[in-house]
Ligand binder design. Structure first.
Ligand code: KIV
Length: 272
């Protein structure tokens, strides 16, 4: 491990809260295996998400729906082996949190057997009791609002959320309710810039954006998108960092530096 990694403090939910207070941007990326995880660690990524996007970028599925608890556990165990100081978050896959009991058992597996420090789950106010149950059992939670890919068939495609006033008001209310229920972190995906900024300001917990706003407390992207190796089209909100780099490690470092200096996302990566 490099000196840079060794001198870095462990990233905890307290540290993330301090970063929000200090207006220090939080750099997050997805990872699915130990080799990439150690590159992210070396590059100073604060939060590493084992996203259920692995269904699409690792397994070649069209959606994230087929991903199982076993898949998430396996990839969490792999990623944990490559990390030292970054905070490790694992996605709760589709239908793995249909009751509070099921959510606690599955999230518990990710923490006890996988080495995760936090779980992420999609859903608004309907998930407040689940967030609260996880919170009561000592499981940190990242809530996920805006575009929720597990609801793709319900919303009829991958589209920007919260464009009209009613939907925007509901998203802000959902965010406040989830924070009240004990969420420690909030992820906003494909949300208009102005709404993402408003939610970031309204919440005490850090807000991480993807296709949201430069004003969010941090940013996340799918690792394979920044390396330009994802199947299919790269989303508008992503950026190919390989174009200006001579190695994968340099591309990851450039992403971290762009987030930290508030140079990413640029205007072309956000929605109005
Ligand atoms: O599964 C995933 O990769 C995500 C993204 C928002 C980063 O949830």
């Amino acid at each position: 491990m490099s000196a840079q990694t060794d001198s870095r403090k462990k990233v905890t939910i307290r540290r993330l809260a301090e970063m929000k207070q200090a207006k220090e941007k939080i750099a997050c990326l997805t990872a699915y295996d130990a080799s990439f995880a150690q590159l992210l660690e070396k590059s100073g990524v604060d939060v590493v998400l084992v996203g259920d996007s692995l269904g699409m970028v690792i397994q070649g599925e069209e959606t994230t729906l087929p991903v199982s608890v076993d898949d998430m556990l396996y990839h969490t165990q792999c990623v944990a082996k490559g990390l030292k100081n970054a905070l490790l978050v694992t996605d709760m896959p589709f239908l793995s949190f249909t009751s509070e009991e099921q959510a606690v058992l599955n999230a518990g597996l990710f923490m006890k057997q996988g080495g995760a420090h936090m779980v992420k789950l999609e859903g608004g106010v309907d998930q407040a009791d689940t967030v609260s149950a996880l919170n009561k059992n000592g499981i940190p939670v990242c809530a996920h609002l805006g575009l929720q890919p597990q609801y793709v068939h319900k919303i009829g495609g991958y589209r920007v959320q919260g464009r009209d006033t009613g939907a925007a008001d509901k998203m802000l209310k959902d965010a406040l309710t989830l924070q009240q229920a004990g969420a420690d972190l909030m992820l906003l995906e494909c949300v208009p810039d102005i709404l993402a900024s408003k939610i970031t300001e309204a919440l005490d917990i850090p807000v991480i954006g993807i296709g949201a706003s430069l004003n969010c407390d941090g940013q996340i992207l799918v690792l394979y998108d920044i390396l330009d190796i994802s199947m299919g089209l790269r989303p508008k909100f992503s950026k190919n960092f390989m174009i200006s780099s001579s190695s994968i490690e340099e591309a990851i470092q450039q992403y971290v530096s762009a987030v930290k200096k508030a140079e990413f996302p640029a205007a072309e990566h956000v929605f109005n």
